[in-house]
Design a protein around this ligand. Structure first.
Ligand code: GTP
Ligand code: MG
Length: 209
């Protein structure tokens, strides 16, 4: 899969404000500050397509980006959805409730959603919110890829150790993979793009080899 172009489309505070799209969509989910926007920028090779927040918990909207890609020799569009992060300590009860409603409605009703990428910071064990998020994605029967972010902060053996801990904590089965990613070194980028391409091909009804 080759990405030829990427552009920002829109931000929506409420699900009903999102424009309907027929482009297959991959959503990025995870706690606030985990590196969702940085991962999107890293995948599309752009520094500021998705806004990197200095202060965690700022993003309250779903932000949609449209990518022009080449896959199996043909051109098509896909979307990336940058979802607001969860778990920010200073969030009020109402904001937590609004977040849950927005995400729940999005996963349930977004008809072009073909997969979710769940991000966890490689330096910390998963907590109940991360485990909940993964179980919840599974409950909606959406394909899910786990990405452990900020891999540049640990050495290689610690990265592998922590990946193993996540496999246990999330009770991953062999088909569910976990990729370590760094926005700095771009380690893991190829594997993540390969997973996305696989979801797009499955959606297109093409043979995945
Ligand atoms: P919210 O939108 O607030 O939910 O945050 P986010 O999940 O989009 O995180 P964002 O990409 O804005 O990154 C948060 C902070 O972590 C920024 O200061 C980034 O520069 C930093 N960061 C993200 N990814 C990496 C990485 O792979 N390595 C390092 N060292 N820092 C990273
Ligand atoms: Mg963000």
């Amino acid at each position: 899969m080759k990405i030829n172009n990427a552009r920002y489309v829109e931000s929506a505070l409420h699900f009903k404000d999102l424009t309907r799209s027929d482009a297959p969509e991959i959503a990025f989910m995870g706690r606030s500050n985990v590196g969702k926007s940085s991962l999107i920028n890293g995948l599309v090779d752009r520094k500021n397509l998705a806004q990197i927040s200095k202060k965690p918990g700022k993003t309250r909207t779903i932000n949609i980006f449209e990518l022009s890609i080449q896959i199996n020799g043909s051109n098509q569009k896909i979307n990336f959805a940058d979802l607001p992060g969860y778990g920010f300590a200073k969030t009020s009860t109402k904001m937590k409730h609004d977040w849950k409603r927005l995400i729940e409605e999005y996963v349930k009703k977004r008809h072009n959603l073909i997969g979710l990428i769940l991000l966890i910071d490689i330096r910390h064990d998963a907590d109940y919110k991360d485990i909940d998020a993964k179980n919840w994605i599974m409950a909606y029967e959406k394909p899910c890829l786990l990405v452990a972010t900020k891999a540049d902060k640990l050495n290689k053996s610690k990265v592998n150790l922590q990946k193993g801990r996540f496999v246990d904590q999330f009770l991953l089965i062999p088909e569910q993979i976990i990729v370590a990613f760094s926005a700095k070194s771009k380690i893991g980028k190829k594997e993540i793009l390969a997973w996305i391409a696989q979801q797009v091909l499955l959606k297109n009804g093409d043979t995945v080899c």
